[in-house]
Design a protein around this ligand. Structure first.
Ligand code: ATP
Length: 368
């Protein structure tokens, strides 16, 4: 097992800066995910760790050892590609054995290790099958066995499930996590699927346009997004543009922009809790998740309670999404499908309450 450190890493392709100012520390044995939209620099970062690309600037370390310009075959990393990159004319056994043959492992040990790896991915009955005769899910397992059989220090997975249908994807998520736990291997997982990232990872790095915007546990990323990009990309979020009225030690009072009658919201002041000092000269928004908002029949004493009208009610099975208009601001509220939701209908006058603890005051960076 190895830890990974990226120190001020940049990768440029001509004038395109694919990755910039990247500082990351990935711990030994961690399941770490690079999450972001297409073209944000996830694969480029993974390839710099694998050694397929060398950084334009900066340092890549494995357990403190400088690996920046070490070629891929000397890195002891196993990689699974999006399209699997298997040899279609070879058998399952030969595909998995490939890396061991390159490393000149004696044939009896090679056989034991290949069969052991095939057993781990539950393909022990298929060693002699041609890869081209396997289903997508089975090919995925061969790719995993091929990466794991060399006993790498680091496992790199580049959108490994994107070619599978939803049900198989679900099943393979579980398989990958099981293998990661069995091998206790430092793993980096690249995906643009936020549900996958939230449900699988120990920690996540969120990328956009070559910049890493936040690193944290799934709960930190979801509950304490660093900016409007993270809040909008992971889960659903209400983002309310605001301006600051006053800043106190514990809280910040803001007013909503774009409303006819002033609305004041009281939000916690997170500055100092590992967060940068609030820049009141920046464009700011209050973010709140849809399930955090309460809908009430009558106004409740206390802060952040506003009068509104139900604009729409959408049924999604386990969750019901209610849109409430507060003046011309539309708030998305998710409630569980319990009998109470029948109580809410289009046109009904209600009150919404935004619990102070669930509010985040964040910079708006989109459009920067
Ligand atoms: P996807 O999810 O679509 O694979 P990604 O987040 O992995 O996207 P990268 O493949 O890392 O993104 O690409 C980041 C940026 O670098 C993009 O603008 C891409 O066009 C550019 N890029 C990547 N590889 C190369 C290359 N070999 N030559 C030139 N530009 C490249």
């Amino acid at each position: 097992m190895a830890s990974i450190k990226m120190e001020n890493v940049q990768k440029a392709f001509g004038k395109t800066i694919a990755v910039d100012h990247l500082n990351l520390e990935i711990n030994e044995g961690e399941f770490f995910t690079f999450l972001g939209p297409s073209g944000c620099g996830k694969t480029t970062t993974l390839r710099m760790i694998a050694g397929f690309y060398y950084p334009t600037k900066g340092i890549v370390r494995f357990s403190d050892k400088d690996m920046t310009r070490v070629p891929p075959e000397k890195r002891n990393t196993g990689m699974v590609f999006q399209n699997y990159a298997l040899f279609p004319h070879m058998t399952v056994f030969e595909n998995v054995a490939f890396g061991l043959r390159v490393r000149k492992i004696p044939s009896s040990e090679l056989k034991t290790r290949v069969l052991d790896a095939l057993q781990k991915v539950r393909l022990e009955s298929y060693p002699n099958r041609q890869v081209s005769q396997l289903s997508g899910g089975q090919q995925q397992r061969v790719a995993l066995a091929r990466a794991l059989v060399i006993e790498p220090e680091i496992l790199l997975l580049d959108e490994p499930l994107s070619n599978l249908d939803a049900k198989l994807r679900d099943e393979m998520r579980g398989e990958i996590l099981r293998l990661q736990r069995d091998y206790k291997i430092t793993t980096i997982y690249v995906t643009h699927d936020q549900a996958e990232a939230l449900s699988m990872s120990d920690r996540i790095a969120v990328f956009n346009y070559g910049v890493c915007h936040q690193v944290g546990t799934p709960a930190e990323i979801y509950n304490q997004p660093a900016n409007d990009f993270v809040a909008g990309f992971i889960g659903e979020s209400n983002l309310l543009p605001v301006q600051v009225k006053s800043v106190q030690q514990e809280n910040v009072v803001v007013t909503l922009k774009n409303v006819d009658h002033p609305i004041t919201i009281d939000v916690p002041n997170h500055a100092g809790e590992g967060e940068p000092i609030l820049r009141t000269d920046k464009d700011l928004a209050v973010s709140i998740r849809p399930e955090a908002i309460r809908i009430l029949d009558v106004a409740e004493e206390g802060v952040n309670s506003f009068k509104g009208k139900i604009d729409s009610v959408q049924f999604f099975g386990s969750v019901v999404t209610i849109t409430v208009a507060v003046q011309n601001v539309f708030l998305r509220v998710d409630v569980l499908n319990t009998h109470e939701f029948r109580h809410f209908y289009q046109g009904k006058e209600v009150h919404v309450q935004l619990p102070q603890k669930r509010l985040r005051l964040i910079p708006i960076i989109s459009g920067d």
